[in-house]
Design a protein around this ligand. Structure first.
Ligand SMILES: Cc1cc2nc3c(=O)[nH]c(=O)nc-3n(C[C@H](O)[C@H](O)[C@H](O)COP(=O)(O)OP(=O)(O)OC[C@H]3O[C@@H](n4cnc5c(N)ncnc54)[C@H](O)[C@@H]3O)c2cc1C
Length: 299
């Protein structure tokens, strides 16, 4: 029998009206009706299969690419990062990683295993699942260049094996079967490429000098347009330091918006729209969001 999320019996934890500001790197976002932390994959599958068919489901990684609006998320947010942390070397090229594993951990272990190129994963401060959903990339590497196969779960709790050919993958964009979420990926590395801890460390050092890493942000707000950089266009529009409410275009990296002083999601969204409009008026280029915006606007 299908029942409302709040009435389901689970082994994991179900939190009601959970502030999403606790689960986003921007530190903003209103409450999720239900925030579900499953105890196991079986618990997750049972929960999904018993849930009302019309209950919206939103999958959460660690919220490093999410703007959750101030009135929060209706329906269920699934946070399965704790139970999807496996990391296993399958053979001399393949590594199986759970969707909840931090990308930095994947990078470090692959370097220890001498499997490259894997250093770029250290530049992505999210989970493997988030990187799969975003085709996250850094320092010239992209997640889906390395995917051999993924495992997913659907709304009925059924698990599927999917190949890259089942997805339409582009720069920071992944389209695949609807209503399926990633449980794990098997990545294929190149036995002829030796990764280096030093290279990874110098990539991270470079980030410290070019990005406002101590302050709440979501990394790059906009995708880069073809043959150009959003940061260059925003800087040329003299928007560095521009503020709306508590949200500010970073002085250090123009494609970052920081939560400078108790910003609301509405402040950040308004600033995003202002940057977009100013760059369009000045350069004739429409910047597209890299960050995902979810949830309801306060009435
Ligand atoms: C300081 C900083 C620097 C950053 N630098 C980079 C960078 O260099 N390159 C880059 O690409 N990104 C960068 N980002 C953005 C972000 O880290 C990536 O987009 C990351 O992949 C998001 O992962 P997450 O686990 O936080 O996902 P979330 O932000 O929680 O979710 C992002 C999207 O993925 C979906 N999702 C998450 N898990 C799953 C799953 N298991 N199955 C299906 N869908 C799922 C969510 O529904 C959502 O649509 C940066 C962010 C910050 C804060």
């Amino acid at each position: 029998m299908m029942v409302a999320a709040r009435e389901l019996t689970v082994q994991g934890e179900m939190r009601f009206d959970e502030p999403m500001s606790r689960h986003t790197s921007w530190r903003v976002g209103g409450p999720a009706d239900v925030f579900f932390v499953p105890a196991s994959i079986d618990d997750l599958a049972a929960f999904l299969s018993n849930l009302d068919a019309d209950c919206p489901i939103f999958w959460h990684g660690v919220g490093s690419n999410l703007l959750v609006r101030d009135a929060g998320i209706r329906g269920v947010v699934v946070s399965a990062t704790k139970i999807l942390r496996d990391l296993e070397r399958v053979d001399d090229q393949l590594v199986r990683a759970g969707a909840g594993l931090p990308c930095t951990q994947l990078a470090r272990q692959c370097i220890r295993w001498d499997l490259g190129p894997s250093e770029f994963f250290a530049g992505i401060p999210g989970t493997v699942g988030g990187a799969l959903a975003m085709n996250a990339g850094a320092h010239g590497g992209e997640t889906w260049e390395r995917v051999a196969v993924v495992r997913t779960i659907d709304r009925a709790g059924a698990v599927h094996e999917r190949l890259p050919a089942d997805y339409n993958v582009a720069y920071r964009s992944v389209r695949g079967p609807a209503n399926e979420w990633f449980l794990e990926a098997t990545f294929q590395f190149d036995p002829d490429v030796t990764p280096s801890m030093e290279t990874m460390k110098s990539m991270l050092e470079r980030r410290k000098t070019t990005q406002p890493l101590g302050l709440p942000s979501c990394g790059s707000v906009f995708r880069n347009p073809p043959d150009d950089h959003s940061a260059r266009l925003i800087e040329a529009a003299e928007l560095k330091g521009f503020r709306i409410g508590g949200a500010e275009v970073s002085e250090k990296h123009a494609n970052f918006i920081i939560n400078r002083d108790n910003a609301s999601a509405a402040d950040i969204e308004e600033l995003i729209e202002h940057v977009q409009q100013t760059v369009l008026d000045l350069h004739g280029v429409r910047l597209l969001h890299e960050v995902r915006m979810v949830g309801e606007v306060t009435p």
